[in-house]
Design a protein around this ligand. Structure first.
Ligand code: HEM
Length: 184
């Protein structure tokens, strides 16, 4: 997996927890490269899984919750790292629709050895189904990314994970308008 995803995970732990916790996670994960990652390098995705496992032990939070939070945070980091991929987008639906055909395609131009996951989007009226599939078990990160982009564009949409979809290598997310609150 591209180093950017793992290096940013270290940065997220530093910011969301603390630099000391990030150090403790790296030590506990027993990583081959001592937690040093270059953006363009390629590393086993198991390094990221090891870090999430270690952080879960240290923070007593479930791995799935941590992976989702990381994805949410990563959504806004991608905007800082790859601003050109966000030009012209004003809503989350159009942006998410273009991940497979545009954004991840740009990623593979930047990093020819990248193996991005498949993000298939089906639009049905006002609803959107985002399907994630990968040889990597990172469906929770995908969930966080979808939530993160909806938050960024400020759209009034909710994300519901289809509990019938097999995780963690695949997942389906339904993006839709929240049901109106009853006043009674
Ligand atoms: C402009 C927006 C985006 C950029 C720049 C981007 C960039 C990247 C990059 C650089 C990788 C690493 C690929 C590799 O290691 O070979 C990656 C992987 C990934 N992307 Fe994206 N991505 C974007 C949008 C999204 C969205 C919206 C989702 C979720 C629906 C998503 C889900 C993932 C996941 C879960 C991975 C981890 C690898 C895997 O599961 O196989 N990405 N992305």
């Amino acid at each position: 997996m591209k180093g950017v995803i793992i290096a940013e995970m270290v940065r997220w732990i530093e910011q969301a927890f603390s630099p000391a916790i990030a150090d403790a996670v790296i030590v506990r994960s027993n990583l081959p490269g001592d937690g040093v990652y270059t953006t363009v390098g390629n590393y086993p995705h198991t390094d990221a899984l090891a870090m999430l496992g270690a952080l879960s032990e240290i923070s007593s939070k479930p791995v799935a919750v941590l992976a989702d939070s990381y994805g949410f945070w990563l959504a806004s980091r991608f905007m800082e790292i790859y601003p050109e991929m966000f030009e012209g987008y004003t809503d989350a639906v159009t942006f998410l629709r273009d991940v497979d055909g545009q954004h991840h395609r740009e990623v593979t131009k930047l990093y020819p050895d990248a193996r991005t996951p498949s993000i298939v989007v089906v639009i049905d009226g006002e609803e959107l189904t985002v399907s994630y599939g990968s040889h990597r078990p990172l469906a929770d990160v995908a969930h966080g990314l979808v939530r993160g982009y909806i938050d960024y564009f400020g759209d009034d949409l909710e994300v519901v994970r289809d509990q019938g979809s097999p995780g963690p290598h695949a997942a389906r997310f339904l993006v839709r308008k929240p049901a109106p609150q009853s006043s009674g």
